[in-house]
Design a binder for this molecule. Structure first.
Ligand SMILES: *[C@@H]1O[C@H](CO)[C@@H](O)[C@H](O)[C@H]1NC(C)=O
Ligand SMILES: *[C@@H]1O[C@H](CO)[C@@H](O)[C@H](O)[C@H]1NC(C)=O
Ligand SMILES: *[C@@H]1O[C@H](CO)[C@@H](O)[C@H](O)[C@H]1NC(C)=O
Ligand SMILES: *[C@@H]1O[C@H](CO)[C@@H](O)[C@H](O)[C@H]1NC(C)=O
Ligand SMILES: *[C@@H]1O[C@H](CO)[C@@H](O)[C@H](O)[C@H]1NC(C)=O
Length: 469
């Protein structure tokens, strides 16, 4: 008797709990529906504002992504529906169990169920609801400033939403650039990679970031570039030692302890140096062997396609001071140029090896950019652009065109474009030659040589002409 009463009482308690929760659910669901009608409500209430739409919805809401909003609402409704279903099956199960053997869930099990299956999903639905931004009436019609960014409702992770929201200056002032607000930017492909981006941006503000630079790089390479900034502390090697002084760092392999190796197959520079094609990056076999790197561009080459740095600099004595090395490597070109008092910025991605780290540890400047982006330099500023092992025959011709025009933009009049061992198949050579020649640069050197039966090398040294227009 006692036992069954005990069980019945507990059962009643459980049911009461569920009733409370179902009640909350009902409220949430009705709230959701309310939210859904709210934007439509504008049309009915604010009669004179309808005129501004000029008869179409698109007029006023052009800047607001209705589809995203409705997707978000649908998502929440789905969450709630799932929750309800779970609750109902659970209630049914409890009913069955009482018929046979009495209620048999322990207090901790019950608590766990409530916390994980009910409270958390409910909370997340609640948060999602709060995050939905309905365009404010004044905002839509205001001339400036309050237009809702369509991207905000596209993402559900709060940090991304905060990131893409334009930040107006304090006190309504203009900033040092003369703008009223600041927009953070993300690559448009972030929208296609929403899941990955949301995983990337899901972190606790102020805490340590996940060790996920490779996830970030994957996003960037696939076009989510620029990637949003994050507000977490990036991890560093626990054993970081200060770098070598500049008179030693250029030609010494840095200390392994200065690099986080966890996302690479190789765990040391020694391993990368062993030229195992599986372990490094195939385009850069041997480039971690600084002994071998040391002979590049300074002499003893049998190939006509390999120009010497001294030859190139002699074309414009004293004029070449700053430049860019666009390619794949460990910064050896920049190191050599540094010895000639030329400052070279080296582009690098960490493809299979810590290229950025080794360049920086050698005392040179790595620039972490992909092909996706316009170069972050102003027009007519660089004395030299050197490129090797990079554009080669895989590249789409139109993409290459955009890239070459960007390089042309950045090079100063009289600046040099050094194409170093570009290679492609014989039959494509005419197309690529046209690409390089279309700018009508002055040809200082232009050499084509055989790479293999099918392929040819092209090296060229070209000078951007003055443009008086
Ligand atoms: C909307 O109507 C106003 C005047 O009624 C007109 O000046 C404006 O160009 C129209 N806008 C569009 C997008 O048709
Ligand atoms: C309740 O479950 C436990 C194991 O979880 C079992 O040992 C016990 O016999 C069950 N009691 C009833 C009344 O079914
Ligand atoms: C490197 O420079 C420091 C001073 O900057 C000097 O004391 C040291 O001897 C130099 N080392 C070498 C190998 O030249
Ligand atoms: C070129 O190579 C030869 C032998 O391989 C060597 O004696 C000579 O010093 C090298 N010259 C340069 C400039 O590296
Ligand atoms: C580089 O600059 C330093 C200091 O100005 C000078 O001593 C050195 O000779 C220069 N080197 C070259 C290769 O011009």
């Amino acid at each position: 008797m006692e036992v069954s009463c005990f069980q019945r009482c507990r059962m009643a308690k459980v049911m009461a709990f569920f009733q409370v929760i179902l009640g909350v659910l009902v409220i949430v669901v009705s709230l959701t529906s309310l939210q859904r009608f709210y934007p439509a409500g504008n049309f009915f209430h604010e009669d004179d504002q309808c005129k501004h739409f000029n008869g179409t919805n698109e007029g006023g809401y052009a800047d607001f992504d209705m589809k995203s909003l409705s997707d978000r609402v649908d998502e929440i409704l789905l969450k709630l529906a799932n929750l309800q279903e779970k609750l109902e099956t659970q209630v049914q199960q409890i009913g069955k169990n009482t018929d046979k053997v009495g209620l048999n869930i322990s207090r901790t099990q019950y608590r766990k169920f409530l916390e994980e299956e009910i409270i958390q999903p409910l909370y997340s639905a609640h948060i999602s609801l709060r995050q939905i931004r309905i365009p404010k009436v004044a905002g839509i019609f205001g001339r400036e400033g309050h237009k809702e960014d369509p991207l905000i409702n596209f993402f559900t992770i709060e940090e991304i939403r905060k990131y893409v929201t334009a930040k107006p200056n304090r006190l309504g002032k203009v900033n040092i650039y003369g703008a009223h607000k600041t927009y953070n930017t993300i690559g448009h492909t972030c929208v296609l990679m929403r899941k990955e981006l949301e995983a990337y941006m899901n972190y606790d503000v102020g805490s340590y970031c996940k060790d996920d630079w490779n996830v970030a790089q994957k996003l960037m390479i696939n076009g989510c570039d620029p990637l949003p900034r994050r507000r977490c502390l990036t991890r560093a090697s626990k054993l970081y030692k200060k770098p070598l002084p500049i008179n030693q760092s250029l030609w010494q392999i840095p200390d392994d302890r200065n690099v986080r190796w966890s996302n690479y197959q190789c765990k040391s520079f020694e391993c990368l140096n062993n030229r195992n094609p599986k372990k490094g990056f195939s385009k850069c076999l041997g480039c971690f062997n600084l002994g071998k790197e040391k002979v590049k561009w300074i002499g003893n080459t049998s190939l006509a396609v390999d120009f010497l740095i001294s030859e190139v600099l002699d074309i414009k004595p004293g004029e070449i001071r700053i430049g860019l090395d666009i390619g794949v490597g460990t910064g050896t070109f920049a190191a050599r140029m540094r010895e000639k008092n030329v400052t070279i910025i080296t582009t690098a991605l960490n493809l299979g090896a810590p290229f950025n780290e080794i360049i920086a540890l050698r005392g040179l400047v790595p620039l972490y950019v992909t092909l996706n982006q316009r170069l972050p330099f102003f027009d007519n500023t660089m004395d030299l652009i050197h490129t090797s092992g990079f554009l080669d025959g895989w590249i789409d011709l139109q993409l290459m065109d955009f890239i070459l025009f960007d390089w042309d933009r950045v090079l100063r009049p009289g600046g040099l474009l050094w194409i170093d061992r570009f290679f492609c198949s014989r039959k494509d050579l005419d197309d690529y030659m046209y690409m390089f020649l279309q700018f009508r640069y002055k040809k200082h050197k232009w050499i084509i040589s055989v790479k293999s039966k099918e392929e040819v090398y092209l090296s060229a040294l070209l000078e951007k002409p003055p443009r008086s227009m």
